[in-house]
Design a protein around this ligand. Sequence first.
Ligand code: 0O2
Length: 236
Amino acid sequence: MNDIENSLKEIKKTRASLTVEERAEEMLSKTYGFAKLMTYYKCAMMEIETKFNVLNEELSLQYDRNPIENIKSRIKSAESIAKKMKRKGLPMTLSCLTNNIYDIAGIRVICPFITDVYEVARMLLSQTDVELVQVKDYIREPKENGYRSLHLIVKINVFFSDGMRQVPVEVQMRTIAMNFWATVEHSLQYKYKGDMPEHVAERLSKAADAINALDHEMSSVRNEIMDAQNSSQKQS
Ligand code: 0O2
């Protein structure tokens, strides 16, 4: 047997040991169409990120503080996309991907206060090139485990060399305190591989309540200080 035959045999052996998800991931990530699609999402993500940066810059001048503490963005990996499509029972095609998966481009916006979350979201959604597709308000209606965050799916107009495309982006908005909780909970979910012991889940649920109380208390302290500042300005 020659070297090429040996290599082919080796490749076949390796491919046979791949799981369905790994094969799907391999198939998706190696096509030109997939790479092109990912570029669209990346550009849409950049556009939305810029919009948040512009708002933050302008508002920080106006209010002398930053309503956005931090912005993070990511493109979902081919592996996570393949896993999600499998979980939803979707065929692994690019058209199925574009029509059903809306969180390929994701942006997380962290704000100091709950009012900042809604105010910044309102400002984003009032822009004419942004279309709201879906809202999941886990701040008003937290998940059973205590997860709080405002999730928006928006479509943004992006201009490419061959014309304009509307590309969906998932925006997650939450306070610093909510983000602290979500980060710890996420790492515990990872540690326990989705099988979290009940006593840990209970403590997390109580911690989520405490975080919610903290968010409201901090807002109330801030409002009191602002009221005091405003009335002293009026007097002088
Ligand atoms: P990653 O790597 O964070 O992107 P749908 O997309 O509507 O079919 P899905 O995916 O359940 O259904 O949507 P949902 O409820 O809007 O939540 C999606 C994302 O929100 C998750 O992304 C997390 O980032 C975050 N999230 C939702 N629930 C929780 C939670 O209980 N704890 C934490 N820490 N984060 C949560 P992915 O898909 O997990 O992956």
